[in-house]
Design a protein around this ligand. Sequence first.
Ligand code: PAF
Length: 284
Amino acid sequence: MQIVSSIEELRSIIKWWRGEGHSIGLVPTMGYLHEGHKSLIVKAVSENDRVVVSDFVNPTQFGPNEDLSSYPRDLSRDAALCEEAGADVVFHPEPEEMYDKGNCTFVDMDSLTKGLCGKTRPTHFRGVCTVVSKLFHIVTPDRAYFGQKDAQQLAVVRRMVRDLNFGISIVGCPIVREEDGLAMSSRNTYLSPKEREAALVLHKSLEIAEGMAKSGEQDAGKLISAIVKSIKSEPLARIDYVELVDAETLEPVKAVKAPILAAIAVYIGKTRLIDNFSFCPEAQ
Ligand code: PAF
């Protein structure tokens, strides 16, 4: 496995692979990899001849008061995980390599990015769309792999690929959880032991609502209230949002009649965590 930091070098590897007739999978990440990322890489390895994992803390998706400088980084640990999972290249560019001096071109979207996380992170998805587009242009993958934990990001990337005719298959992969239910996230590392315990309320509250939906409850208001009540029972938790939206358009729904996404963002102390479940009434 190679660690590559220059776009030019990566492009020459891709050219070589294409010459050999290889299919290529891309797993975009911001590093500090965990089992959730590993599951994406393992899936990519099983579906493609060659796999690139990008490991880049993308500055343009962080707001001015967010955790860009403190975001955890550990390239040697990441490289070991990628190698074990079977990746061929880890792409680890410096910010100056990805964003040339004077860079002023961004990829943005009219809808899908304004609600949910977009409310408190208004420039976040512009940064995500921009960096993912750049990675797509550099790697030209056949398939790209994203986790369902970032459900809004997955919907946004799917829409962008359709709208801009990237011709890349976007593969959404299930949320990977710790044994006690906490969704894996690089930001879990910010939690103190007490906060780590409190963070379990995210999954617990979603489980309550999912159970209600499975038992036939269709009233979105009742499902939201159940989630809110459960989160409020945890003193260290502060709600950013709790929403039930259409799974594709991400528009809020009043009733569960088509595939929906129940998505939440909750501060545990200073750490903002997200989680969700998808539900399809027709599948019941
Ligand atoms: O999900 C992430 O880690 C990032 O948002 C992504 C897709 C790698 C873009 O920087």
